[in-house]
Design a protein around this ligand. Structure first.
Ligand SMILES: [Zn+2]
Ligand SMILES: [Zn+2]
Length: 242
């Protein structure tokens, strides 16, 4: 599961390879070093079909969801948390490869034979995008779209910046993202004209699911019929109310 393809091996002769989780140099052909690999905590079945966590960790009962399914390969802990941190805040975008690989492997297991019309990602506000210069979720999503052989489409826009969800208690998170996202005018045309009915929405991490829910709501308002969400990492119940 963690080997690179031939093209990437050739590339690695020019650019030395790094562990996706700790950024230390690594043996050619691997994505994760031997020290970090045991720290990748995978979410295992039985999955909750609503939130994608193992049923023991599910905290979504009774919440209204606009998504038709959610899944994440890793808990937001240890090595996956480090990889996401490097990807998001330290410009180590090669970490996206680890996530797109595991997400691609999970999709069929979690959602069955769903046929997606396109893959899209949760957008950043223009202020954050200007500062970071890339959207980590978009990089993961494009990698995933390539692996699934489904087109990637930019569908959503984040209209203004909000307090990061992790800085807020769970009960304030839905309100924090309410009305923040919209469908791009060109995307609205695309959804209507191309009959884009089933979308795979990608985000970097999920806490309460408020961001994903708000994005799914907007997509459905514009005519998308089914929204499945996949995130690189997901937090367990105990981390959700912080
Ligand atoms: Zn490592
Ligand atoms: Zn659940």
């Amino acid at each position: 599961m963690v080997n690179r393809n031939l093209f990437q091996r050739v590339l690695s002769l020019i650019y030395p390879e790094r562990c996706c989780c700790c950024a230390k140099p690594i043996v050619c052909g691997k994505l994760v070093c031997d020290a970090c690999y045991p720290g990748l905590v995978q979410i295992l079945p039985p999955f909750c079909p609503e939130c994608g966590l193992n049923k023991q960790d599910c905290s979504c009962k009774g919440h209204q969801r606009f998504t038709d399914g959610c899944a994440s390969p890793f808990y937001h802990e240890k090595s996956a948390k480090s990889a996401l941190h490097l990807l998001k805040f330290a410009g180590k975008t090669y970490g996206a490869e680890l996530f797109s690989l595991y997400m691609a492997g999970l999709i069929k297991q979690a959602f069955g034979d769903v046929k997606f019309d396109c893959v899209t990602s949760v957008p950043l506000s223009s202020a954050v995008l200007q500062k970071r210069r890339y959207n980590q979720s978009l990089i993961i999503a494009k990698g995933l779209a390539g692996r699934l052989k489904v087109p990637y489409k930019e569908l959503l826009i984040k209209k203004f910046e909000t307090t990061p969800q992790r800085q807020l208690p769970a009960y304030q998170r839905s309100g924090n993202v309410l009305g923040v996202f919209d469908v791009l005018p060109k995307a609205a045309e695309f959804i209507e004209s191309e009959g884009c009915k089933t979308v795979l929405l990608v985000d970097d991490t999920v806490t309460t699911g408020a961001t994903i829910n708000e994005c799914a709501k907007m997509l459905k308002l514009y005519g998308v019929e089914r929204v499945y969400a996949v995130t690189a990492t997901a937090s367990r119940l105990k981390d959700r109310d912080r």
